[in-house]
Write a protein that binds this ligand. Sequence first.
Ligand code: NOJ
Length: 563
Amino acid sequence: MRITETADLWYKNAVVYCIDLETYLDSDGDGIGDLHGLTQRIDYLAEIGVNCIWLMPFYPSPRRDNGYDISDFYGVDSRYGNHGDFVELVRLAHDRGIRVIVDLVINHTSDQHPWFRKSRTSAQNPYRDYYVWRSEDPGDTSDQTMFPDSEDGIWTYDEKTGEWYLHHFLHTQPDLNTANPAVRDEIAKIMGFWLQVGVDGFRVDAVPFAINQTTFEGRDEHDLDEPHDYLRALRAFLQRRSSGHGSAIMLGEVNLPHEEQMTFFGGEDGDQLTMQFDFFTNQRLFLGLARQQAAPLADALASRPQNLSLETQYANFLRNHDELTLDLLTEQEREEVLDAFAPEEEHRFAGRGIRRRLPGMFGGDPRRLRMAYSLLFALPGTPVLFYGEEIGMGENLDVPGREAVRTPMQWADAKNGGFSTAKPSQLARAVAEGSYAPEHINAAEARRDQDSLLHHVIRLAKRYRESPEIGWGAFEVVEQEHEQVMAHRVTWEDRSMVLLHNLRSEPVTVSFELQDEEVGAELVDLLDEASCVLDSDHTAEVQMGGYGYRWLRIRRAGDPRLV
Ligand code: NOJ
């Protein structure tokens, strides 16, 4: 049976919002955000039009990697609350039509996890094979670590048993041996547990690392099958366990070019990851923004595989909780983006990425920011926001590393930005300062101001949700003569839209032809009052301001639909 026959494809035009509980809202004054705090803000999220929350790791953890180093997959870190608070959150979110997905980390655990503690006691321990050990010196692996600033390589020597264990991330995050059937069973049980608690799916961390561990030298006794069979098995399990309450998803982190991502969707069968972040398009988008030319973005979108199955979907994003990764660009392209948006050394992370939020990268230009968010919601796929983006939060470069973009949510022009009543020294992380401090950027003021970025995002989310063409439709580039204008069209069944974005600060007049549409068809602007009509050459002419954006729904003669 194909997956579509059983699945609800709600995620195909969802608005996803990523939350780090630690820095969202502290309800008990201890300086740390918590589940109850987030529950109090569900209506704020509903007002934005968010209908899926992605909760970053909230499990017990020594927090060497912001909670991605988990010591108990079934628990709730007591600083955030307990399972009861978790269920309250999910219940209220569901009541408001908001689904909840949670991070699922299958590549590694914390070194404090009981499995690893046991695994390192002796080479004969039954948990030894939960991780990946080798007895031969791995030599220099410094070019393979994900954290070159803090790790020398991907293997660490363990004194007690005289062997090395694998860790693609920190040495405090040993990689699980996902080729071991016992580990696979554990992971399925964890998924089953959270599904039973009520979650609607998972954001799956570091997928390529997690499924490929059977391939390195000297390790093949558990090489049961092709690694993608494992992903297929996880998806089948997810589908079975969630069939009673609408379908749950696996949104995978796969930072690879489109062609390789295709295998993680399960090719044309679409039987592996339900969604993937489109890292390739994200990086080409930033190259396009840096050059003020649409071609890198247009080409990236056009290069998405055409034969994806209906149940798969790309997730689009501008910024997330990590550095802006630029590793899929060439060295010269990466330099262009870094020069444009991270000119100072302190803006950069590990030489390869940017530890800034978008407003800082744009020098605070509100027009450019609005255009960028319009573009995010206009890209074929599902938009994902990182908390605080909707109000234009900036980074705090005094906070080291990637944490610079993970500062507390700014709710009001109040102590600690309304995030917490604790002393500033007790906060989980310092609040942003300077021009991005809460006195300038906060949700309370943004809610009252109809012209705020927040209201812009609310309008975009609303129009996106009522435009299935964007989430479901076929994409094509619309030919026109300005290199700085991204012009594309999305078409789904009998609906079609043309979306225009001017990547430069100067106004421009854009003409384009829609030969397949009838003369006289109206192009109704969904964000503005203006609309135009296709003239006798099937041509439309549209004025755009500097960093302008237009969402034009094609209304054919006699079409009675509301636009
Ligand atoms: C990807 C997460 O987004 C990142 O924050 C984390 O450090 C790594 N995976 C390791 O879990």
